[in-house]
Ligand binder design. Structure first.
Ligand code: FES
Length: 260
């Protein structure tokens, strides 16, 4: 179901940490009891997690990686990249954190066989897409074998899993763009969803366009309010100024200026 045009309820939940694991150094998987958010969240949306920093609280935007509507939990997978996420990494199971969400506009999932293309932590919001769609494949890239720990997490949700590593330590040596033309040539996919570094998204969008396949990208931007009120996440697009937190984070690939 497409999230476009839908007005979704946002709530603040005091979410109990059910588990907090580190699959590799610097990366954390946080599972939170947040039944109201789990009920309405859609693939590509994010939450703002409140973390204690310097005697106050800071909200950090994190993409939703998985939800269980029946068990009422949401899962976030994040890299420690600054004071906020480093502070969050210290939170242990049993503690409560304040979570605002679900926020933003997600992916159009009304496709027969989408190809998800992700690099590094860009694989987080795509995981929710994979889990929510019955017929989806993924192309993932990382610098090394260690960085594609995602394979194990994705396998239960996808039809096929294609992997590239920069150093050739696992899968095909190269980048996701090394394999992508071959995959799209077959005509199997009717849509591409991509999330990762801007240069990767730009190249993936260009290749999808060459093959005439619709493509959506998920942008990452510094945010404050997360609600469309402060303009800190504003970007210029081909259809004017847009707020990543409210109009995105998912945009049609052709709308975006990747250098901004
Ligand atoms: Fe405030 Fe987007 S973060 S408008």
């Amino acid at each position: 179901m497409s999230a476009e045009g839908m007005i979704l309820p946002k709530v603040i939940e005091a979410a109990r940490i059910l588990s907090h694991e580190a699959p590799i150094a610097g990366v954390d998987i946080l599972t939170l009891a947040a039944p109201q958010i789990a009920q309405t969240a859609l693939p590509g949306q994010f939450v703002q997690v409140s973390v204690p920093v310097s005697g106050g609280f800071l909200r950090r935007p994190l993409g939703i990686a998985e939800v269980s509507r029946t068990d009422g939990w949401i899962r976030l997978i994040y890299r420690q990249v600054g004071r906020g996420t480093e502070a969050l990494a210290g939170a242990t199971a049993g503690a409560d954190v304040s979570v605002l969400g679900p926020l933003g506009r997600g992916f159009d999932t009304a496709l027969n066989h989408p190809l998800l293309v992700g690099g590094g932590m860009g694989l987080t919001p795509l995981l929710f897409f994979a889990a929510a769609h019955p017929n989806v494949s993924v192309l993932m890239g990382g610098r090394t074998k260690e960085e594609v720990f995602w394979e194990e997490i994705y396998r239960p949700h996808v039809r096929e899993c294609f992997i590239t590593t920069d150093d050739g330590s696992y899968g095909t040596q190269g980048f996701v763009t090394t394999l992508l033309p071959e995959l799209l040539k077959g005509g199997t996919y009717d849509g591409v969803a991509v999330c990762g570094p801007p240069v990767m998204m730009e190249r993936v969008a260009g290749i999808a366009s060459e093959y005439g396949i619709p493509c959506e990208v998920s942008l990452e931007k510094r945010m404050a309010c997360g609600l469309g009120a402060c303009l800190s996440c504003a970007v210029d697009t081909k259809s004017g100024r847009r707020k990543v937190c409210k109009d995105g984070p998912v945009f049609p690939a052709g709308e975006v200026y990747y250098a901004s």
